[in-house]
Structure formats: structure tokens, C-alpha cells
Ligand binder design. Sequence first.
Ligand code: C2E
Ligand code: MG
Ligand code: MG
Ligand code: MG
Length: 287
Amino acid sequence: HHAKEKGENSVVVYENPSLQSQEMILKTDLKYAIKKGELEVVYQPQLCVKRSQIVGFEALIRWHHSKYGLISPGDFITYAESTGYINKMTKWMMKQVCESIVKFASMESQQLSFSVNISFNQLLKENFMDELLEIINAHDIPPEQICFEITENIKLYSLEEVAEKIHYLKRAGIKLAIDDFGEGYFSFSDLAKIEADAVKLSKSFIDQYEKENMKVILVSMVKMIHKLGMEVVVEGVEKKEQLQLLKEIKANLIQGYYISKPMSFAITKETMLEKMEKMQEKGKLSS
Ligand code: C2E
Ligand code: MG
Ligand code: MG
Ligand code: MG
């Protein structure tokens, strides 16, 4: 089981009962997770490499199960997708994010952006994007402040349909990022056909930053993505040396444990500003 590799304190869910019955239990319990107040949104800061400034946050879901403890999304998102609960969850998530934006409004002179992960099926689901747009509107939040991160994780889809949906969101003002690029079936020529604002590189590339060949790939990918008119976001940055390299090759944004793990927003604005100050110092690489 891969819970350990995630690098967070997630519990190994499958212990005694058979794998199948555990899956059944989780699927059933998940249905009540919002009602029971077991879901939480945590936020991971995104640093602009050039300016060494926190420019946004990615919202990530956490499930605090009454019996199993913390379960990370990698261990339940597929269940949420297969039962359809993901739709309820994403709307709940969108509301939480909007409330956080309102709470931390005018925190910085410059507006912070907030990213929300959207499943591929949801992008293609009739009316679902409108439901999310309505939530954003209801909170009076400029759509430009929201970014949808899309991970292409199904094999069969029509790229035209995807491009059309993305175009629709762009017209509504939403920012768009292609998540985990390099892991799935999405190709460079696919990128050329859609109006995304950013590409988030799969962590596997920066993980192997010490290999010369991987550096060549990183440099080339950053150049290509820039030439396509999109920003490059690198996640999974854990070391100073990785940030140094990404600075050299002019990646735009980074996310990773080196700057900060995803964190709870149950803190005051002042505490948040202090934390951001420290992260920005780290990003300067001066020490
Ligand atoms: P993702 O969207 O690619 O998010 C990045 C993942 O990498 C997060 O894991 C984050 O905590 C982790 N990460 C960030 N920096 C580092 C680092 O320096 N080192 C390491 N080892 N990991 C790092 P998380 O929160 O467990 O989420 C896993 C995946 O679950 C996400 O990948 C996303 O695809 C999915 N997910 C999370 N929340 C949601 C959600 O609300 N809706 C949907 N549809 N999917 C979600
Ligand atoms: Mg993401
Ligand atoms: Mg993803
Ligand atoms: Mg990713």
C-alpha cells in the first residue's frame, strides 16, 4: 500500500478485514463525512520563484475518520469518484475555499490565487462547472482569483470536448492548470490545443533533479511550456538545491515541503502573514 510514500502522517487503512470490505466501509462512511464534520481543507502555499513571494494556495482535502484517523486523498478520492460523492465534496470544498478567501481578503496588496482540484469527469459533467461558478459568484469573488487544477486520469475522452470546456471556463474568467503533467496520457500536442494558464509538472521530474538527463528534460519542458504561453508550476520541491535549479531554469511557481506543507487556515490573518513572511525569506535562498 502506498499511504507511506505520500510523506504525510496518513494511516495505513487496510489492516484486518479483507481489502474489499474495507473499501465498502470507506465508501459507506464517506457518504456521511461532510455531515459529521470529518472533512477539512488544507492549503499549500505557492511561491513565485522570481519575486520570492507567496502568490497563492492550493486547496487539498483531508478526511479525519473517527476510527481510522487521517486518511489522505490518494486513499479515498477514487472511492468518492466511483460513488459520485466527489461532486458533493467538490461543491463543499468550493464553498470552504470561498469563505477562506473572504476571511483573508486584502491580506496582501496583491490578490492571492486559490487552486481547487477538479476531477476530469467533473469537467466534462453537464452543468457541474456552472454549479461551481455559481458558488464563486455568490461569494462575490472575482473568478480570476480561482484556478481549477485538472488531472487527466481517464484514457477515453475527446480532446475537443475538453478544449471546449476549458474555453468555457476561460470565458468565465477562471484560471486553469493541467496537474501532474508527464504522468498521464496528456501530450505536448494536447497542450497546444487547450487554453490552460499553467502546467504543473509531475513531482517525478524534480525528484530526479540530480540526474543530468532529467535536468535536460526539465529545462526543455520549461522552455516549451513557456513558448506555448503558459506558466510552469513545480510541485514536490523539498530541497534548497531543487529550488536553486528551478530558479536557474526560470520555472514560475513552486510548491513543496521546502516552503511549507499544506496547512490549516484556522489561524488569524496576523499569524498567516507572519508565516508567509518566513516562507518568502526561505524562498530567497540567501542563507
Ligand atoms: P495534487 O493535486 O497533485 O497535489 C499535490 C500533492 O503533493 C498533495 O498531496 C501535496 O500534499 C503533495 N505535496 C506537496 N508538496 C510536496 C512535497 O514537497 N513532497 C511530497 N512528498 N509531497 C508533496 P495530497 O494532499 O495527499 O493530495 C494527493 C492528490 O489527491 C492530489 O494531487 C489531488 O490529485 C488529489 N486531491 C486532493 N484534494 C482533492 C480534491 O479536493 N479534489 C480532487 N478531485 N482531488 C483532490
Ligand atoms: Mg493539484
Ligand atoms: Mg492531481
Ligand atoms: Mg499534482
